[in-house]
Design a protein around this ligand. Structure first.
Ligand code: KIV
Length: 277
């Protein structure tokens, strides 16, 4: 088998995620926005890389996910797909559809989902919303583009909520979320992200659906977990929500390395003879 065929055989598909749910195997998901990180995540055996619109925050420095454009998402997506292809090619790559790229009309949503899929070889798109976007999800999946849903705290609606607090704590909102999850599944989605909702509700949604749920701040009973890569690497000093597990303090590590470099340059201790030609 040549390299491309090997990559294809190992590649995580929507079918594989469904099998994982049925077999009780947990699905690991992280965000990535660039080539180098995508290579590391794929090499480490991650199942799904999400090119999240959180790039708007952690890559571009905006305070919300709203400003990022479809062209910027495609730029990040191309780099991530190239990274995966240059490693094992195993990880599935899902791209967030940015704010206002799918809300105006089904036709526009389809055009933009098609644009994202056509520009590079990604696997799926992700859309935020419940029953309101059900027809759009159906329209996109009907032409063969896999859709991941996103319920609970939906960062593109932050101005409507007014805060990033836990969603669906009241019975009415919880019931609505459960119904929305079923509607999005019926519309053809292959998985649903559940963000910042009570664990008991996430567990109920997970039991009620055939497709996998991917939790972020939604407890351990989801079929998989997703976090923002910058958060688990400790790159952002200011952001420490309860649902993030920080595995390393790269902010301090990088700062320390750069301080040493600055010092070495100032003292003419870099480059050495060995580092020169
Ligand atoms: O944009 C993003 O990073 C996300 C995850 C947090 C689920 O949507």
């Amino acid at each position: 088998m040549n390299r491309r065929a090997q990559q294809k055989a190992a590649h995580v598909t929507t079918r594989r995620l469904l099998d994982m749910k049925q077999n009780g195997e947990k699905i690991s998901v992280l965000t990535a926005y660039d080539y180098t990180m995508a290579r590391i995540l794929d090499r480490a055996g991650l199942d799904v890389i999400l090119v999240g619109d959180s790039a708007s925050n952690v890559f571009s420095g905006h305070s919300t996910t709203l400003p990022i454009t479809i062209e910027e998402m495609i730029y990040h997506a191309k780099a991530v797909v190239r990274g995966v292809q240059d490693e094992s090619g195993r990880a599935m790559v899902v791209i967030d559809m940015p704010f206002m790229s799918y809300q105006l009309s089904g036709e526009e949503a389809l055009r933009n989902a098609g644009k994202i899929m056509k520009e590079h070889e990604c696997d799926a798109v992700k859309l935020e919303g419940g029953r309101v976007i059900a027809d759009t999800v159906k329209r996109i999946t009907d032409v063969g583009i896999p859709v991941m849903g996103h319920l609970g705290l939906m960062p593109q609606s932050i101005y409507k909520y007014g805060s990033y607090r836990v969603r669906a704590q009241e019975e009415r909102e919880a019931e609505q979320l459960l119904e929305d999850a079923k509607i999005i599944e019926e519309s053809g989605a292959f998985a649903i992200v559940l963000e910042k909702i009570p664990s008991a509700l996430a567990a109920e949604v997970t039991r009620s659906l055939t497709i996998p749920t991917i939790g972020i701040g939604a407890g351990v009973e989801c079929d998989g977990q997703v976090l923002v890569i910058n958060d688990i690497l400790g790159l952002n000093r200011e952001f420490h929500p309860r649902f993030v597990r920080q595995y390393v303090d790269l902010n301090t590590v990088v700062e320390h390395a750069v301080r040493q470099y600055v010092e070495d340059v100032r003292l003419s201790q870099f480059p050495s003879a060995d580092e020169s030609y």
